[in-house]
Design a protein around this ligand. Sequence first.
Ligand SMILES: Nc1nc2c(ncn2[C@@H]2O[C@H](COP(=O)(O)OP(=O)(O)OP(=O)(O)O)[C@@H](O)[C@H]2O)c(=O)[nH]1
Ligand SMILES: Nc1ncnc2c1ncn2[C@@H]1O[C@H](COP(=O)(O)OP(=O)(O)O)[C@@H](O)[C@H]1O
Ligand SMILES: [Mg+2]
Length: 171
Amino acid sequence: MQKLQLTLAIIKPHAVSNPVVLSFIRNLLKNKFVVLRTKRVNLDTKTACRFYKEHFGKFFYNRLVTFMSSGSIDLHVLGHVNAITLWRQMLGPTSVYKGQFQEPHCLRGMFGISDTRNVAHGSDSPESAEREIKFFFPDFSFYHWRNHDEEWFRKGPIIFNDHHFQHVKRL
Ligand SMILES: Nc1nc2c(ncn2[C@@H]2O[C@H](COP(=O)(O)OP(=O)(O)OP(=O)(O)O)[C@@H](O)[C@H]2O)c(=O)[nH]1
Ligand SMILES: Nc1ncnc2c1ncn2[C@@H]1O[C@H](COP(=O)(O)OP(=O)(O)O)[C@@H](O)[C@H]1O
Ligand SMILES: [Mg+2]
């Protein structure tokens, strides 16, 4: 089996503040990915500017930073053999309007409000994923992940074969 890949998912403020949308997305993440880390934060504008610095100068930069620091966001480190592509596929196109017409069942097509308020973020490459995970989870050890945890998670949970716990077998 291919090695598990990591990606960062950020559920954006309008989705976090909508209980129906939030529980729908949370169930999806639980069913499709290994969720390695989760936390809820409130970004200040400075941090939001730093995270989105690659978009500095674009016409939507200010509204993006204002929006991302307007309420709580949920951060998830997700694991899957195809984590980056799968999560971005589930999100759909950046533009909600495009999503609504081209992929009406994608998350942004279903729950997006506008191109800025487009439900969630997903890392767009392994390099972005590593940078973005380190940005929000500075204590996450990629060394430990690559040399221990990844194999453990990939092979699935360890189960005890009966109530005596005589020995452990991997699934
Ligand atoms: N290329 C380009 N697109 C623009 C520009 N201004 C707005 N848009 C696009 O048109 C969409 C709608 O513009 P707005 O009315 O400002 O956005 P909105 O509907 O208020 O929602 P937000 O995107 O959350 O601000 C934006 O999300 C952009 O995708 C522009 O100057 N250049
Ligand atoms: N044309 C646009 N109008 C408004 N907001 C935009 C636009 N393009 C991008 N954004 C905002 O900037 C975020 C980052 O842009 P980008 O990295 O291009 O998209 P994605 O989040 O799909 O990777 C988007 O999720 C969206 O919130
Ligand atoms: Mg992007």
